[in-house]
Structures are given as C-alpha cells and as structure tokens.
Design a protein around this ligand. Structure first.
Ligand code: KIV
Ligand code: ZN
Length: 506
C-alpha cells in the first residue's frame, strides 16, 4: 500500500506563531517526540534567521535519529551555506529552498519578473546540490500563482536536482476542490514530475488547511507539511494530529498505509502546548479536552452500551489511557522500569534513581499513582537545559486578614541565595515577587497562569503552567507537584531559566 510522507514544521513555521520562543533544548525535546511518533521529516528551523535557530537545527540534526531533518533557506547562497552548516550531520539532511511565485509577491515584494524568479530558483537548487541531493523547492504563494508558471518553474528546478516540489497555500486562500485541481494540473503540466515528489503546505486562514491537504493527497500529493496542534503563522498550518487521524480512521476511504505511531499524539500535543504557551481550545479535534467527552445522556448511554455508537476513534489510539491506576507505594524499581520502558522514556541510571525517589515521595502522599501522575512527574524534566536557578526552599504565609508573604531560597550555580520575606497581592504573587527580587529580573509580565489537577481526587498532583513575557519574548514554565505553591514557583523559575538560556544563546 502506498503512503504519505508526514513533514512536520512545528519547529519552523510553528515557531513563527506570534509570541512563541523556543530554546534549542525545547526544540530538541519536541523533535525527539516527533521522531518517536515516526514522522518522516522534521523541519527544524531557518538557520540564517538567528544564532538560536542555527543552534537548534544543529542540535536536532546531531541528536535525533531515524528521521530526515530539513533546514529552510531563501534562494540565497548565504542562507543555503548556513542551512547546510546546521543540518549536515543529520542521518538524512535536507535543504529546503523557497522563493515566492505569485504575481502579487513578484510585483510588490520581490520586484522581480517570472524569469528572474526562475533563474534565482535554478541557481539556488544548483548551489544546494553541491551539498546534498535531498533538496526540496517551495514556490511560496503557489495557490495564487498560475499553473503555467508553476509548471515551468517546477520543471526547471527538477531538471537541476530538486527531489521534492512543494505547493504551499501560503495565505490560506484555497478551497478544497480548487486546491485538489491545482495539484492535478501541476502534475499534468510538469513534464518531469515523475522525478520528484509533490508536497503541499496549507495554512488555516479560512479553517481549511486540513481539508485542502486531504484534497491534495487525493489528487497526487505524496507529502503533507503539518504542525502539532496546527500552530504556525497567523491561523497556523494543517494540524498533524488531524491529518494523521483522518488518514488512520478513514483508511477505508484513503487506502493509504499509516506508518506513524498514533499513540504518541497526546503526549506530543501536550509537550508542544506547554512549550509554546499556545493552549488548546476544549473542542479542538483529536487533542482538545472535550474531544472524547460525552455530555448528552443519550450519547453517554450509547457509549456505555457500545463505544462505537458515538466514537469514531478510541482515545487509546492517540495515547490517552491516563486514568489507569498503575503503581502504588509498594511498587519497586522493577515496576517503575517496566512502566518507563512501556512508555518509551529513557533515563540513565542516575536520573532513574532520583526519579525513583520522587516517585516514592509521591506514592507516600497518594495511595494510587496513575499513568498521568508518573508522566506528569517525568514531564517536569523534559528539557535537559542549563538550570541557572534551582529552587531549594519555599514558604508562604497567607490567610484572611494577613498580608501574603513568601520566603524563597534558590541555588544559583551551586551557591545558595535567600530572600528576605516579600509581600504580594496574593500568595502566588508574593512568591513571584520574591523570585523577581532574588533573580534581579523585575520586568516580567505574566501572560498566563493556570493551575490544573492532573487526575481526579483531592490528592491529585497540581500542574502549574506559566507564560511570561520577558524582554518582549514569551517564555513558558510548567511543573507538577503535590503542593501548588511549589509547582507555581518551579514553573516561574523554569520560565526565567529559559529566558536566561535564550539570552545567552543570542
Ligand atoms: O507558507 C509558506 O509558503 C511557507 C514556505 C516557506 C514553505 O512557510
Ligand atoms: Zn508556511
């Protein structure tokens, strides 16, 4: 059975979402999860755009195996050199060059003729070919470009070595039947198309990115460019989880082989939401909190009698079996190791021992520990980045008629620093003010602060999530603990640490 290649651009187009900043270590954690899900290509970034992006692409290329890694470049030698420098050590590196092709972009943005664009594209592909034969060429704003020019352009770049030609609906203007027809026309009009793969890259301005991508697949596209949770420029890109689950659930219709591991979807989605600070609407398809919830009595009754009456997908297929109680305070190292293996977490001996201790602490506080609890604890340490500040101690005094006061002790590069007690409007504000004073970073604007219970019950772990604006960029922090003040402080410190790592990288 034929398949469709999944090209994930969460780390490139997704990172172009307004306000999103990911440090290289966050990108690496996301890339590893994408590889676990078995996407075919990871577009790790646009190396010429900043040193941080260059480092992130390099880190992903050097550390993530079993997947192609792509780096984006404009049709310029300096971009291509930088892209190659960053991506060259990947197991299978790809250079992705692009230039706009539509009349509106040619006239107003590039001020170039069609022939000039074509020559530029040909020169860029030839230049990239000295490094690799894995070259993708994108005609930006292709959906607003005439098919005659598109076919001429694609023929020319395929002649000099492009192996993938990408047809982006850059501004999300296309509608499904028209976009499907465009793919068909390009296929028919490009004489050497059998030497290249057809890819599509759809934006979601009209909410049609997934529908357009699926229409393209039906008309001959064999690669789709997607992002986790559909994040990306403006309204975002086609959502990875929606495309994969549509192809999986409707295999009877599409008749395509799905090689991705769908059970990694829930974890991947949460990781991206936590790292980017772009949270999900409850009714978001596949990964929203309500995607598998039933409210109407008739529906609940139906599902109890037979799940498939109202569910076309099983939550387990996307990796949601989180309420299962798995371990308790009598569980030993062996049981925990089995769990980690089953869920594909790799910890070295030292990290395992310290994680085992944290698990035991939790099991002492909670009678039964669920999958979700353990995964939440593991998620506290997803990013292996330089932790400039670490929390040593925290105490908060609060109550009716009392001025909330916090005392915090942090460790900075091995040295203990302790604050005098600071006040705040509430206990959490008092903690944050105290941390500001200790770190000397005062100009922090809290954009989002949320506390959630990881599972049900009064002994549930509290999960704190923070998005903070520091120096005009947004950094996120996340932590799950039995004490929500501790979780809040840890999440706040994580956001500050990421800011400091980002500044260092810059
Ligand atoms: O939307 C777009 O056209 C892009 C290209 C760079 C592929 O992101
Ligand atoms: Zn795009």
């Amino acid at each position: 059975m034929a398949g469709v290649k999944i090209f994930d651009t969460t780390l490139r187009d997704g990172e172009q979402s307004p306000g999103v900043t990911l440090i290289p270590e966050e990108k690496l954690a996301i890339a590893k999860q994408l590889a676990k899900m078995k996407v075919n290509v990871i577009e790790a970034g646009f190396p010429i755009s900043s040193d941080g992006d260059f480092n992130a692409v390099k880190m992903v290329a050097e550390n993530v195996k079993g997947v192609e890694v792509a780096a984006l470049a404009r049709c310029r030698k300096s971009d291509i050199d930088r892209a190659w420098e960053a991506v060259q050590h990947a197991e299978n590196p790809r250079i992705h060059v692009f230039i706009a092709s539509s009349p509106i972009h040619l006239e107003y943005k590039l001020q170039m003729s069609e022939d000039e664009v074509l020559n530029n594209a040909v020169e860029a592909v030839k230049y990239a070919a000295q490094y690799t034969d894995n070259i993708e060429f994108s005609a930006e704003d292709a959906s607003r470009t005439g098919t005659d020019f598109l076919a001429r352009l694609f023929k020319a770049v395929i002649d000099v070595g492009a192996k993938v030609i990408n047809i982006p609906d850059t501004v999300g203007y296309a509608v499904p039947s028209e976009f499907g027809q465009l793919i068909k026309d390009v296929k028919e009009k490009t004489p050497n198309i059998d030497q290249a793969e057809i890819s599509v890259h759809c934006h979601n301005d009209l909410g049609l990115a997934v529908a357009n991508s699926l229409a393209a697949i039906e008309n001959g596209a064999s690669q789709v460019e997607v992002s986790v949770n559909g994040i990306g420029e403006r309204a975002g890109n086609a959502a990875l989880e929606e495309i994969v689950m549509a192809l999986y659930t409707r295999q009877d219709y599409y008749n395509l082989d799905i090689t991705q591991d769908t059970t990694q979807i829930a974890r991947l989605s949460k990781l991206v939401a936590n790292s980017t600070g772009i949270t999900l609407q409850a009714n978001k398809a596949i990964v929203g909190a309500n995607a598998f919830a039933h409210e109407a009595g008739i529906h609940q009754d139906g599902v109890i009698k037979e799940r498939t009456t109202y569910e076309i997908m099983d939550a387990k297929t996307i990796g949601l079996d989180h309420n299962k109680l798995v371990l308790g305070k009598h569980s030993g190292r062996h049981a925990l190791k089995d769990f980690l293996e089953k869920y594909d977490y790799e910890l070295d001996q030292e990290s395992f021992e310290s994680f085992f201790k944290r698990f035991k602490d939790l099991a002492d506080k909670k009678k039964n520990v669920s999958n979700a609890d353990i995964i939440a604890l593991l998620d506290n340490e997803l990013y292996d980045y330089e932790k400039i500040y670490e929390m040593e101690y925290i105490s908060v005094l609060t109550g009716k008629g009392l001025l909330p006061t916090a005392t915090v002790r942090l460790k900075k590069e091995g040295e203990i620093i302790q604050s005098a007690a600071c006040n705040g409007d509430g206990p959490v504000d008092a903690i944050f003010q105290t941390i500001n004073e200790l770190t000397g970073i005062e100009d922090i604007k809290l954009m989002s602060y949320k506390i959630d219970a990881v599972t049900e019950g009064k002994d549930a772990l509290g999960e704190a999530f923070i998005a903070a604006e520091i120096d005009g960029k947004i950094f996120t922090g996340h932590s799950s603990q039995t004490d929500i003040t501790e979780a809040s402080a840890a999440a706040y410190i994580e956001a500050i640490n990421k800011y400091l790592v980002y500044t260092k990288n810059k």
